[in-house]
Design a protein around this ligand. Sequence first.
Ligand SMILES: C[S@@+](CC[C@H](N)C(=O)[O-])C[C@H]1O[C@@H](n2cnc3c(N)ncnc32)[C@H](O)[C@@H]1O
Length: 277
Amino acid sequence: MREQVDLRQAVNAVSDVVQNRPRPLREFDQIHMKTGDMVLQSEMVADWADGKRLAFIGDGDAISVCVAYLNVRKVLDYGPSKITVFDFDERTVQAVKRFADRERIEHLDAVLYNCLDAFPDTTKYDRFYTNPPWGASNSGASVNLFVQRGIEAIGYEGEGMIVIADDDELPWPKEVLSRVQSFSRDHGFYVSRMQRKLHNYHLDDAPDLKSCNLYVSSLPDNCSKAAASEAASPDRLINFYGRSKELRIKYVKERKRLDYGMAHEDEYELIPLEESK
Ligand SMILES: C[S@@+](CC[C@H](N)C(=O)[O-])C[C@H]1O[C@@H](n2cnc3c(N)ncnc32)[C@H](O)[C@@H]1O
């Protein structure tokens, strides 16, 4: 049995992480999860990956940072033993590294990586987590590329948590869920659990669209299926971030180090008292 979590401390810790999070770029499907859902999601991930090495394939939401921080702040007395974030946005990578450095979180790190390339890390992770582009315009092909990198990160053996759209009224999330489940099965994984319609997002054009946690687990002896990681073929990059939005960008580079929790100087102007008269 887990001890009861101090909700105030948990929300305040997640608030520290949100302050440090780069603002989302909509053209790459960066759409942040709402803060209340991040608190609940972080606890679930910490429990699921307790004592395990966990790879995040993309993580603009910063669930990775919440999970690690809740543990070092002793809000949760469980969580992964190692967390690595693989993301093509250098702002995210640097924000994770700076936060880990400032809060002395030794088991949290981030790597600049585009999932169109072969997976770079030879560490064997035990679990993967991904909240990828949701593949509305390519029947889930973008999700499946992120899932493939997750499967490679764990050497085809272990478990994954895939966070994707879940909506009974729309046709495309059902199509994507079905494609992701068959892709997982083709790689020796089965759906071991599904938590439906859990998370809300700051998504102005579809504020009611929710996502689920789809858990996949490897079949026995599945590591024998492991194949060398390779770059993705161009057909997998079509409509990657939505209709006519192919994956063409290698990295989002950080131009300037920003303190995201503070107003930026070009957002405002100070009018002295005497000039306002
Ligand atoms: C696509 S967003 C999905 C929405 C999610 N709620 C979020 O905002 O993080 C997830 C993460 O994937 C990253 N990402 C997008 N395209 C990528 C790529 N080609 N390779 C690696 N990471 C990528 C984004 O930078 C973001 O951090």
